[in-house]
Ligand binder design. Sequence first.
Ligand code: BEZ
Ligand code: FE
Length: 300
Amino acid sequence: MTTHAARTTPDAEQQIREAELVERVTKSFAECSDPRLRLLMSSLVRHLHSYIREVRLTEEEWNRAIDFLTRCGHITDDRRQEFILLSDVLGASMQTVTVNNAAYGDATEATIFGPFFVEDSPAVPLGGDISVGAPGEPCWVEGTVTDTSGTPLAGARIEVWEADETGHYDVQYDDRRTAARGHLISDSEGRFRFWAVTPTPYPIPHDGPVGELLETVGRSPMRASHLHFKVDHEGCRTLVTHIFVRGDELLDSDAVFGVTESLVKDFDRQPAGVPTPDGRTVQGPWSRVRFDIVLAPARV
Ligand code: BEZ
Ligand code: FE
């Protein structure tokens, strides 16, 4: 077994052999009766082989890659999904989001979903508080939901979820708590408002093979501070997105490439004692942010 592939450009005879193998493998999918699967597999083979040929992959490197994927499999269970994390840190999750949420007018940009969304979140009245005791600085969030022609969308379902100031989502605690998540329904003028906690940075799970990879290549596991949204309205494309905090020093190095400029918002810090929009008494400083959401039509 060789451990080092020749790093020089292969000679003509070698190139013919390698190209011929690509052809044979690609053709092996020719009889697949599902045309989409045929395309997915044959294109995957072409790109994979071209990667192997371009970097002149050694057998030792391939074995290490297999070992890495095996370890991703071993750490994965119904609470931990290392393959999604791998897709996230390679930018594959974000690229798939980008491909599937084509720009349309001034529709709000989508970003990565992340692993911490939970179905059946608590219903929160407009002006209510999603934090339910989650530690963090209070943050007033308000905005509207409209379509791309500016028409307010009443009855939009707005799901929100976030980590607390210690960097943990409720589902990461062992006590089955529900906190810092909920859903609201926009009013007759498409408006929404609620209390949350000011987002703070946190690391993606990095105690497994993906964390090891990040460490080896000198990358940080930290995500820029964010608040997640998922917004649904009949006739509109479902929007999964976050808002990020302007000034956060992690905006340029988000571990999963989720940041786009249009989603960076001003979280205006309010000193203790400044009256809140709803007359609530808040101990200490708080922040406020506006997020106007524009939904694309369902079929674009
Ligand atoms: C999140 O934002 O919740 C997240 C996204 C990708 C990986 C881990 C966490
Ligand atoms: Fe998150």
